[in-house]
Design a protein around this ligand. Structure first.
Ligand SMILES: [Zn+2]
Length: 146
């Protein structure tokens, strides 16, 4: 039997600090269905009417009253880094420095993380990885290229 239930994804409202599971509206192209990279879907929050953002399944919401922690979350998500799997290129000289032979390597990458939990670390994280940020998409808009 085929499971036809819609796959739910995590969304976080940065205004009322609520996390919800919703069926994503992004086109269900196979490449788009699974994990990142994919545009960050932004939808109205059913609780407060603010904007809720798609976040990766690795996202763990801080307690609602922990404003400082939510400020860190908001900085990262609004910078296009929503707790999902993001690959960064690993320059070959760095690979060689790790003692890995690079003669037959065309390219290498690594998954960035762990996601920072303090504002200072989050700012440094965004400064370092901001170039890998994902685009935003709101229903009704054309899907941005990745
Ligand atoms: Zn909300």
């Amino acid at each position: 039997m085929v499971n036809t239930a819609p796959q739910l994804a995590k969304f976080a409202c940065l205004d009322c600090r609520t996390v919800m599971k919703r069926a994503p509206l992004l086109p269900t192209h196979p490449a788009m269905r699974r994990a990142a990279p994919r545009p960050i879907e932004v939808r109205p929050c059913p609780s407060c009417g603010g904007e809720s953002y798609w976040v990766g399944s690795n996202f763990r919401a801080p307690p609602k009253h922990d404003r400082k922690a939510w400020d860190v979350v908001a900085l990262l998500v609004r910078a296009g880094l929503p707790y999902c799997k993001v690959q960064a290129p690993l320059p070959l000289p760095e690979l060689a420095a790790m003692g890995i032979p690079t003669t037959k390597v065309l390219g290498a990458s690594y998954t960035i993380g762990p996601w920072p939990t303090t504002m200072a670390a989050a700012q440094a994280f965004v400064a370092r990885y901001g170039g890998l940020s994902l685009p935003f998409w709101r229903p009704g808009e054309p899907v941005p290229p990745l």
